[in-house]
Write a protein that binds this ligand. Structure first.
Ligand SMILES: *[C@@H]1O[C@H](CO)[C@@H](O)[C@H](O)[C@H]1NC(C)=O
Ligand SMILES: *[C@@H]1O[C@H](CO)[C@@H](O)[C@H](O)[C@H]1NC(C)=O
Ligand SMILES: *[C@@H]1O[C@H](CO)[C@@H](O)[C@H](O)[C@H]1NC(C)=O
Ligand SMILES: *[C@@H]1O[C@H](CO)[C@@H](O)[C@H](O)[C@H]1NC(C)=O
Ligand SMILES: *[C@@H]1O[C@H](CO)[C@@H](O)[C@H](O)[C@H]1NC(C)=O
Ligand SMILES: *[C@@H]1O[C@H](CO)[C@@H](O)[C@H](O)[C@H]1NC(C)=O
Ligand SMILES: *[C@@H]1O[C@H](CO)[C@@H](O)[C@H](O)[C@H]1NC(C)=O
Ligand SMILES: *[C@@H]1O[C@H](CO)[C@@H](O)[C@H](O)[C@H]1NC(C)=O
Length: 462
């Protein structure tokens, strides 16, 4: 009798325990490497950044991991609404913790180093770094995974570029900022101060000797989109404020997120007053109405046109290009969950082209011409960005379904060469280049801008 009661009591306790006991959201401490620090110092302008972005990991992007969103209502479109969805469920962080544990592992860092890359770029959101406010529904916990990732990188001889992808209110209205919609970061300086505090939290942590100096750069803000002169001044003020706040705790190189024409940053944050400053420039033809239309040859002539622009910029601030091999926006949800591609007329902007053989999760189904174009494009881009700039970061190492954006699949299917520095053709052997880089990457013809539905403008920059 007593035994039966005891069994019932234990069973009841177990039930209570299960109900309250959500799985741990912290990383597995046994996966901490007993490492010898490998990562040596990075010599800017001697070593070139050859990096991959670990997108969609510590900041969710529906197009990189559609599986986390497809099972949820249509209104779950970014990390903000993902958190809102879970706010009414038990164990709200259980699913995202499984994702944090599994989407990238120590083995990936070893593979990345093994193919000759020297850097991983890791996006992070402010909500993982400073206390939540104003009812922000984000799920917190990614910073612990970032710390673990930096130890894996240090043990694998990789440098890390940590990049603030999400600032309070959103700096660009893109899902990659955590909150799709309008860019409200410019609404009040509290938003700037919280972004500064987030960057300082990263700088303070990775200045600790246990990380072996593996964090080579901290990106102050990814892909900001100021849309008025005062917002650009705001951004510059934020960069300046954050520079001095970080220099209190760390001498790490700080990367500015470019906005507007690259040449417009000429003379900004120069030595001797400022030390260790670079700039990150997205060179992504699929998000610009003009460059998206280029055929294979003009796309290469345009890539080569960046050689002069980057040479000038790299004399101003070390300049790293953000690149990929894809030349279209055909990947599903790339422009946001439920938003179509420009390339095949599914969005408000019209272009003649078919997406049928240009994305999806099976590179075997890609057209031979598109695969060839991605291959020549990769070799040409990496030539230009290394010859004229300080290197490149490629989005992404892995994607769930957008194979044309995957470095690891590019290696398997041959549009990325082995070794990654091989050149099968002489890059930039054209008699003339297209110099649109100097004019600004977001030069959209006026007629197109007015035709653009608000949702279609929410391009998902990586
Ligand atoms: C690190 O060392 C500890 C104790 O020696 C061991 O238990 C652990 O498995 C090691 N970790 C790894 C990743 O090898
Ligand atoms: C969560 O539940 C509350 C009360 O049941 C409801 O008012 C709210 O709309 C729900 N929120 C979401 C995001 O489902
Ligand atoms: C600043 O702007 C954010 C985003 O729009 C808003 O949530 C917050 O309440 C504002 N803070 C202040 C102090 O006005
Ligand atoms: C940059 O910040 C410093 C320190 O706060 C300040 O003294 C200086 O005026 C600022 N410079 C610009 C151009 O805003
Ligand atoms: C630097 O640190 C000092 C001492 O903690 C502090 O008083 C000062 O405000 C800090 N400066 C910046 C720009 O954060
Ligand atoms: C896209 O729209 C343009 C202009 O309306 C048209 O010329 C073109 O044929 C269309 N392309 C496709 C693939 O439907
Ligand atoms: C690219 O720029 C670099 C640095 O200015 C220069 O050495 C190289 O010749 C240029 N290459 C081409 C193809 O223009
Ligand atoms: C450029 O190089 C390719 C591959 O080596 C070659 O086929 C092509 O004829 C060259 N073009 C020019 C203009 O030299």
């Amino acid at each position: 009798m007593i035994l039966v009661l005891l069994v019932i009591l234990l069973a009841a306790l177990a039930l209570v325990a299960r109900a309250d006991n959500c799985p741990p959201i912290t990383p597995d401490p046994t996966l901490h490497p007993n490492f010898t620090i490998q990562a040596p110092a990075f010599a800017w302008n001697q070593d070139k950044v050859r990096g991959v972005t670990l997108g969609g990991w510590l900041v969710l992007e529906p197009w990189i991991t559609p599986s986390l969103f497809a099972s949820k209502p249509d209104w779950a479109v970014d990390e903000w609404t993902y958190g809102q969805y879970w706010s009414n469920h038990s164990c709200p962080a259980a699913e995202i913790a499984v994702h944090w544990k599994g989407f990238y592992t120590a083995a990936d860092f070893q593979s990345i180093a093994g193919v000759g890359l020297n850097t991983v770029r890791i996006p992070i959101g402010f909500w993982s770094l400073v206390p939540l406010a104003n009812g922000e529904p984000y799920l917190v916990g990614a910073f612990e995974y970032l710390k673990q990732a930096v130890t894996w990188a240090a043990a694998s001889n990789l440098k890390v570029m940590v990049d603030l992808y999400g600032a309070p209110g959103s700096q660009n209205g893109l899902d990659s900022s955590g909150r799709r919609g309008t860019a409200e970061w410019y609404a009040n300086w509290t938003n700037a101060d919280r972004a500064t505090a987030a960057v300082v939290a990263v700088a303070t942590e990775f200045a600790k000797p246990q990380y072996g100096g593996a964090v080579a750069t901290i990106g102050l803000l990814h892909s900001p989109q100021p849309n008025a002169a005062w917002q650009l001044e705001w951004l510059r003020g934020y960069y300046n404020q954050t520079y001095f706040a970080v220099r209190n705790v760390s001498s790490v190189t700080l990367l500015l997120g470019s906005a507007g024409p690259l040449g417009s940053w000429s003379g900004f944050m120069q030595p001797p007053q400022y030390q260790g400053v670079g700039i990150s420039e997205p060179i992504l033809p699929m998000f610009d109405a003009t460059t998206l239309q280029y055929g294979a040859t003009d796309n290469l002539r345009w890539t080569c046109g960046w050689n002069d622009t980057l040479t000038r910029s790299n004399h101003n601030l070390w300049t790293v290009a953000e690149m990929t091999a894809a030349t279209t926006d055909c990947a599903a949800w790339l422009n946001g969950r439920g938003v179509g591609a420009r390339y095949d007329n599914a969005s408000a902007v019209r272009y003649p082209g078919s997406c049928a053989d240009k994305s999806g999760n099976n590179p075997g189904a890609f057209g031979a011409e598109y695969t060839r174009q991605m291959g020549v494009g990769f070799e040409t881009q990496t030539y230009v960005y290394e010859a004229a700039g300080s290197g490149w970061t490629f989005c992404c190492w892995n994607t769930e379904a957008a194979a044309d954006w995957s470095f690891s699949l590019g290696l398997v299917y041959g549009w990325i060469p082995v070794p990654i520095t091989a050149k099968h053709t002489k890059p930039c052997n054209f008699s003339s280049y297209i110099e649109t880089g100097a004019a600004g990457r977001r030069a959209v013809p006026a007629g197109v801008v007015t035709a653009l539905a608000a949702a279609a403008w929410l391009v998902s920059i990586l």
